[in-house]
Write a protein that binds this ligand. Structure first.
Ligand code: ATP
Ligand code: MG
Length: 573
């Protein structure tokens, strides 16, 4: 049995496999030799590039291609963007991300591992829409998400496997290519509890590279004439120079665009990136404040993410926390390794440990404060709450005889004004008050249920009559796509990525019989068939009929065939 974990990173993706109690990184990338020498032997750049024929290329090939049609850091767009643009080409964000997932899937299958599902990691600070999109894009790429796990928690799981001991407070600082995440976990007896998290969604190694680039173009003659492809070429050398300076004192970038060379020293690099490094201080302090701890209470400082290899970063963080970083984990692969352990826990293969996920943002409703005449964020599920979480609050209308009230589901930080950019209205709907009555008698109970993957369901009950006034609302995030669009994206992704690469492995059907049939048939009819085109619906309908009509000898086979077909659409449920 294999349990797969995938760290879908802003700049690099990593996959790991847990099998028979051993965790191994899967070699999904084929880096050029100069990158292998810098420790990038098992990562796949999360990059897609198009050639002149608009054929998609992935990973190292895409990263090192001289083209302006290059899609990088796509994960940064998950939070709010719809479209990814490069070199005049527009793609839906989901299409590019799903294509990367599909490529990862093909690479894993090519190593001979048979799998169809995986645990996928997300930054601890990622919001509802970003989590939802991660799930959907993995599914479109043909990887059914077993679950999502926060990246710092995954890293702590990878670390603690080697260091089982007494109860410890582990502060994880994950500083990658695109995001900074700080999480404090309490680990004991193989259990991982997230205590508090904070982060900066757009701060990472890419910003270090940009700072160097800005400096370089001021010193290199002719830089203003560079095309986008030229700039991409230079950025690659800049990234290599930055990495080289983690161990060397100086490095000179020389290429055909910079024939005279550009010399960079470690002190100059430190000067350029200092303001960026200092931004990691406040999230660390916020996390410690949230749990009322001082730096002295941290037992383990775990640094993960490639950017923590920068000596100035390590030094800055160690000084704030007052302890040296832990050793024994690979900062680039620890998150994927932890995700593989999480996958093994979810499939029941690993029973010695477990993990608990918590929220990084508050969820609530918007209320009017009548005396001050302003809107307020009334939290229902506060931040740092363990998931799954369920909480009910009672609200009253402002005026007597109101016929309805509007419920606005808000996610963010209740200490900030409702209009603050950190606060997002996820959805809104009207709740009828029937019959209309004095405000003091018209209370309604709003229950938020937040599942372990960070998806929210809302129920509203009339507190006086006990009647359910709205059917359960599952918060489909603003910006989430229509199921029909997802199906057409999936079709495009399959044809763009699948060439001569291996196809999906066939999965053995479940042993349980009638309930399984019911479940599969319901899934086909309610979740998939309404959204696919007629030809696809006909295929599924045929498989449904075969399952319903199968003799007991044929049943397992028929169920398996139906399940296999439905798996293509796992992003719909
Ligand atoms: N030895 C090194 N010295 C300096 N920087 C490094 C080193 N190794 C990797 N990096 C940088 O780390 C970043 C990649 O780290 P990582 O692969 O952990 O990020 P990611 O997981 O893709 O991003 P994120 O976690 O933000 O989504 C890149 O910016 C890379 O240049
Ligand atoms: Mg990362």
């Amino acid at each position: 049995m294999t349990s797969i974990g995938i760290d879908f990173g802003t700049t690099n993706s990593v996959a790991a496999n847990y099998s028979a109690d051993v965790v191994e990184v899967i070699p999904i990338g084929e880096p050029p030799s100069e990158w292998v020498a810098m420790g990038f032997d098992s990562v796949l750049p999360s990059v897609v590039a198009l050639d002149e024929d608009r054929v998609m290329h992935f990973g190292w090939q895409a990263k090192t291609m001289a083209t302006d049609k290059k899609f990088e850091a796509i994960k940064r767009l998950f939070k709010a963007e719809e479209i990814a643009t490069a070199g005049g080409e527009d793609f839906l964000v989901e299409e590019v991300a799903a294509a990367i997932f599909r490529h990862i899937r093909q690479r894993i299958l090519a190593t001979g591992l048979d799998f169809s599902s995986a645990v996928i990691t997300v930054p601890a600070n990622s919001r509802g829409l970003a989590r939802y999109r991660t799930r959907v894009c993995a599914g479109i790429g043909g990887i059914e998400p077993l679950g999502l796990i926060n990246e710092p928690t995954a890293a702590a799981m990878a670390y603690s496997r080697r260091q089982i001991g007494e109860e410890q407070n582990v502060l994880v600082l994950d500083f990658g290519g695109g995001t900074l995440d700080v999480t404090l976990l309490d680990t004991r007896d193989g259990m991982f509890f997230e205590q508090a998290s904070a982060g900066i969604p757009r701060l990472g190694g890419i910003d270090f590279d940009n700072a160097i680039f800005q400096d370089l173009i001021q010193h290199v003659p002719g830089a203003e004439q560079w095309t986008t492809a030229d700039k991409n070429r230079v950025r690659l050398d800049i990234e290599m120079a930055k990495i080289a300076l983690s161990s060397a004192d100086e490095h000179t970038i020389i290429n055909e665009l910079i024939p005279g060379g550009f010399r960079l020293t470690r002190p100059r690099l430190n000067e350029l990136i200092r303001p960026l490094i200092e931004r990691s201080g406040p999230p660390i302090e916020r996390v410690l404040n949230d749990v009322r701890m001082g730096p002295g209470d941290v037992d383990v400082l775990l640094l993960v993410g490639g950017t923590t290899n920068v000596p100035a970063v390590r030094q800055f963080v160690s000084e704030i926390v007052g302890r040296e970083p832990a050793t024994g984990v690979d900062p680039m692969t620890a998150i994927a390794e932890g995700a593989a352990i999480a996958a093994a826990i979810l499939t029941g293969e690993e029973t010695d440990s477990d993990f608990v996920v918590s929220t990084e943002h508050s969820l609530g409703t918007v209320t009017l404060n009548p005396s001050e005449g302003r809107l307020e964020f009334a939290p229902i599920i506060p931040r740092n709450q363990k998931l799954p979480a369920k909480q009910t609050e009672t609200f009253f209308p402002i005026f007597d005889d109101q016929e309805s009230v509007r419920v606005q589901v808000i996610e963010g930080d209740e200490t900030q004004p409702v209009e603050h950019p950190d606060n997002v209205i996820l959805t809104e709907f009207d709740v009828p008050i029937d019959p209309p009555r004095p405000a003091s008698e018209a209370g309604f109970d709003v229950t938020y249920t937040y599942d372990a993957d960070g998806l929210l369901h809302v129920d509203v009950i009339d507190a006086m009559t006990g009647a359910t006034v709205t059917d359960r609302v599952t918060v489909t995030f603003k910006g989430a796509r229509d199921p029909k669009d997802l199906v057409s994206i999936a079709g495009r992704v399959r044809s763009a990525v699948d060439d001569s690469t291996p196809t999906a492995p066939t999965t053995a059907a479940s042993q349980t019989e009638d309930p399984r049939t019911t479940e599969l048939v319901n899934r086909a009819r309610s979740k998939v068939m309404p959204f696919v085109d007629d030809a696809e619906a006909a295929v599924i309908s045929e498989l449904v009929d075969q399952t319903l009509e199968a003799s007991s000898e044929e049943l397992t086979h028929a169920q398996g065939a139906l399940e296999e077909e439905l798996r293509k659409y796992s992003f719909l449920w």
